[in-house]
Design a protein around this ligand. Structure first.
Ligand SMILES: [Zn+2]
Length: 408
């Protein structure tokens, strides 16, 4: 009952503290290289937030006139893509009544996600186990769900995680759906039985629990992306977990300034959340991990290393083939197009990201970042009725990748 009341409160009034009324997202039209460089300078403006660089830029009402003036001066063609960000935030909830049974078609609070992990263990005692890899900065469990069957033989290993960026809610919602499909189809689908006999699959639902809680907090910020650790000499909290990994840390596409959304942290692995995940892998030298997948939103893209450079990695041909397998499988479910490519050359450089470390340090060739739905209509605030379709298509992509790798 309490949950129903609480939820309707969210729906009715939105979030009390940080409000995005009047914030607009501007979408740039085709850009010359010089114009991209002109936009790059806006990355240094703390008040502005590129939802997708260089295409989509969120601007607060107070900055709108000056940003428009700047874009006009650079002859950059743009239109207002989202008129009012707060309206998008408020309308993602479908208003569907909550049930006692876990509902995959709605967004869930952090507590509900932790309960879900426990329920997986209870529902699938022969398939599921829990691995705690540490605590978040604010002391919350960093919990991983392990799925697989003991065959008595050496198995392959796959890992996927969500919500390193706390505002990207659909990454968690879609991945929980995927984990549940894996478990529930083990006994009915020969492919899935084969998969769970071949791989142990690790799923970490909430890499950044402190940030995720903050996005749900009535006194918080629905747009919060980073961790919640304090920064010396700054009033701004948090580090971007996906710029904090050690491999080529501190290069391009990661800010040295704590107030920025892409703040890299004071040093590599400065965040307990990122170091906990790294330690988990570093402590298992005998386990071969074939797959590392990091789920984000939004953009409908699959990205491979490298992030830190525009150069292609040595193994790119292998990656390219696997990404094609995944995007084809995704397309076959609901006809959604996901593009793919190497992160740096395709998008823009991002140093210290997860996949560069998992490939560059841990030698996992199949290390990919997923930017799942949508292409920007709702951006970070995907309506709940798209959660299950998003989960369905990405489940197909995940299964296809596992089977592709394991097929000689
Ligand atoms: Zn993200």
């Amino acid at each position: 009952m309490f949950r129903v009341v609480l939820l309707s409160l969210y729906v009715a009034v939105g979030f009390a503290a940080k409000n995005y009324e009047g914030y607009k997202v501007l979408r740039m039209k085709s850009l010359s290289e010089g114009q991209v460089e002109a936009l790059r300078l806006l990355l240094d403006e703390q008040e502005l937030d590129f939802w997708n660089f260089p295409r989509d830029l969120m601007v607060p009402p107070s900055q709108l006139a000056s940003v428009k003036e700047y874009l006009d001066a650079k002859n950059i063609d743009f239109h207002v893509w989202i008129e009012d960000v707060q309206l998008k935030i408020d309308s993602r909830f479908s208003g569907k009544p909550r049930t006692d049974e876990f509902d995959y078609s709605v967004y869930h609070t952090l507590d509900e996600i932790y309960e879900w992990i426990d329920s997986m263990l209870a529902d699938y005692p022969n398939l599921a186990s829990i691995v705690n890899i540490g605590k978040s900065y604010e002391g919350r469990d960093l919990t991983v769900l392990k799925m697989g069957v003991d065959t008595g033989k050496t198995k392959r290993n796959a890992w996927f995680n969500s919500l390193i960026h706390s505002r990207e809610w659909v990454s968690g919602a879609a991945c929980m759906y995927m984990a549940n499909r894996l478990m529930s189809e083990y006994s009915t689908e020969p492919d899935i039985q084969h998969l769970l006999e071949t791989y142990d699959v690790y799923y970490m639902p909430v890499v950044n629990p402190d940030g995720y809680l903050h996005t749900w907090d009535p006194d918080g910020d629905p747009m919060w992306r980073k961790t919640r650790s304090p920064n010396e000499g700054s009033s701004c909290l948090g580090t971007d977990g996906n710029r904090n990994y050690e491999y080529m840390w501190g290069g391009q596409g990661a800010s040295p300034i704590p107030c920025f959304e892409t703040y890299r942290g004071p040093g590599p692995f400065s965040e307990v959340e990122t170091v906990a995940m790294a330690d988990f892998f570093r402590s298992r030298p005998d386990d071969v991990f074939d797959i590392y997948l990091d789920y984000h939103a939004f953009g409908q893209m699959i990205l491979s290393p490298w992030g830190y450079t525009a150069d292609y990695p040595l193994d790119y041909a292998t990656m390219d083939e696997a990404m094609k397998v995944m995007t084809d499988a995704i397309f076959d479910v609901h006809g959604m197009n996901y593009t793919y490519g190497a992160s740096g050359p395709t998008l823009y450089p991002t140093s210290g990201d997860t996949i560069d470390w998992f490939y560059g340090d841990q030698n996992i060739i199949h290390s990919y970042t997923f930017e799942i739905r949508d292409e920007g209509e709702y951006g970070f605030f995907l309506p709940e009725d798209q959660i299950i379709p998003t989960g369905e298509e990405n489940y197909a992509g995940f299964v296809a990748l596992c089977l592709h790798i394991a097929t000689p």
